[in-house]
Write a protein that binds this ligand. Structure first.
Ligand SMILES: Cc1cc2nc3c(=O)[nH]c(=O)nc-3n(C[C@H](O)[C@H](O)[C@H](O)COP(=O)(O)OP(=O)(O)OC[C@H]3O[C@@H](n4cnc5c(N)ncnc54)[C@H](O)[C@@H]3O)c2cc1C
Length: 434
């Protein structure tokens, strides 16, 4: 049969620079990310998953190749990626190792939020100058020492969903803050040098979301401890254990954002919460890529190098692409993947301060779509490729488990996205049925 389309390579960019009109910077960054993911992340991904171990070797390599400073502004020593460039690069990493991409996102947000995002927000000149000198301190640690920052928000209550003030508290004392509280699912626990926590300033005795502080707590500060086991279904390399803070003193320079600015960011730059999605965009693509390779008989099978079927003692790869049922399944997966890519690309393209209501609802729809479809595509991949494809010796099984975690991520869980999209589509602000 003639091929109606020119041949594409199986590891082509998720977002073709020409088709999606990427900037030269984005095209270069995503090419580098794709190459880094294939060379460094992919060969190690099974090990972190099997051992539920933090991918520390990957972080050393990311530091060496500049990835830890991807969103640090260029004039402050980083690669200077903006929101969209970062998301596109992160999807390419997620394609190769979900746990590394997801934890890298926590780290990168500590620079994206304090950099590009805060630059868009309202501050008086003195506050801005103080913020810039403080963030320079954190950026130096990252760029020079390879310091890793994490982003533990979740507490098990309503705070991470944005419905209540954080239960972790900070009280002003001479020279800084005294922090008390607990974070759950704190990815990078025991491996990050700094925990970038959200907490409530309770110095005046009130617990309000407006008083949210974003503080960097050194992992070795007295009173900081890591607790609990980590043996989850997926994203095992994130090592998301619990963090406890008991009378932890941090100096004022620990402020990653000026007072009140996190609340302003959450209100005015809500796409900031979309940054958990690129990992899952990458996983959706990975599940699809795997299916093509597998059905074409090109997926290397353990012990059997391609083209040498069975010689290594393993199961030889088998072509399955000639069956109409497989072709239909692949078509359905491709339709879902293209829909996911199109919506997500639009949402990351329009991210910025003060989005319109439509833009905001699109961002929520994109988050919901990526998180749900990544797992739907992976699920279909398992069904279509069959039993041998779900062996732990192949990556699909890990992709399937990792992809299951996306829709649970607060504050924009799949459920909460649906909740808001429905309500905000039907009601204008302040409208009631009375
Ligand atoms: C692999 C992994 C890594 C993670 N890494 C981090 C991290 O680094 N930092 C971090 O802060 N968190 C992290 N999380 C936590 C994550 O963001 C959620 O906070 C966590 O999964 C919430 O746990 P839960 O579903 O038991 O919470 P619950 O609060 O019990 O929520 C259960 C479900 O109820 C719904 N729900 C919750 N609140 C509301 C509400 N107000 N109204 C209506 N419905 C609601 C949501 O759909 C939610 O999925 C991670 C989670 C996973 C799985």
């Amino acid at each position: 049969m003639d091929h109606p389309l020119p041949t594409t390579t199986l590891d082509a960019p998720i977002f073709d620079p020409r088709a999606f009109r990427l900037t030269p910077f984005e095209a270069d960054l995503t090419t580098r990310a794709r190459e880094f993911g294939a060379r460094i992340l992919a060969p190690r991904a099974a090990k972190w998953d099997r051992e539920a171990a933090f991918p520390i070797d990957n972080y050393r390599d990311m530091h060496a190749e500049g990835w830890l400073g991807v969103c640090i502004p260029r004039d402050e020593g980083g690669l200077g990626a903006d929101f969209r460039a970062y998301c596109l690069a992160a999807a390419e990493l997620g394609r190769h190792c979900g746990a590394t991409a997801l934890t890298w996102n926590m780290h990168v947000c500590s620079t994206l939020w304090t950099g590009l995002l805060t630059d868009d927000l309202q501050m008086d000149p003195a506050t801005r100058a103080q913020h810039q000198s403080r963030r320079a301190l954190h950026y130096r640690r990252i760029l020079q020492d390879g310091a890793i920052y994490s982003q533990p928000f979740s507490e098990g209550g309503a705070a991470a969903a944005g419905a209540a003030a954080f239960g972790t508290t900070a009280k002003r004392v001479e020279g800084g803050f005294l922090v008390n509280g607990k974070k759950i699912f704190a990815s990078l626990s025991g491996h990050a040098q700094q925990y970038g926590i959200l907490c409530t300033d309770v110095t005046d005795g009130t617990a309000s979301r407006r008083n949210t502080l974003y503080l960097a707590i050194p992992a070795d500060a007295p009173g900081v401890s890591v607790a609990g086991e980590w043996d989850p279904l997926g994203m095992r390399g994130t090592v998301s254990r619990n963090l406890l803070f008991q009378d932890v003193f941090v100096p004022s320079t620990a402020s990653l954002m000026p007072d009140g600015l996190y609340f302003q960011a959450a209100m005015r730059w809500p796409h900031m919460f979309l940054t958990l999605s690129p990992t899952y965009m990458g996983l959706a693509q990975a599940a699809f890529d795997f299916t093509l390779r597998y059905l074409r008989g090109e997926q290397p099978m353990p012990g059997s190098p391609p083209g040498e079927a069975g010689r290594g003692g393993g199961i030889p790869p088998v072509k399955r692409r000639m069956y109409p049922t497989k072709q239909i399944a692949v078509a359905e997966m491709r339709v879902m993947l293209e829909q996911t890519k199109a919506l997500w690309f639009q949402a990351i393209s329009e991210a910025g301060p003060d989005p319109s209501k439509d833009s905001m609802l699109r961002a929520l729809a994109a988050q919901n779509t990526v998180m749900e479809n990544a797992n739907a595509i992976a699920t279909k991949a398992v069904r279509t490729c069959g039993g041998q494809a779900m062996l732990k010796t192949l990556p699909l099984e890990r992709i399937y488990r990792d992809s299951r975690c996306g829709s649970l991520m607060l504050p924009w869980t799949a459920e909460l996205c649906i909740d808001r999209i429905g309500r905000d589509s039907l009601y204008e602000r302040g409208e009631t049925d009375e």
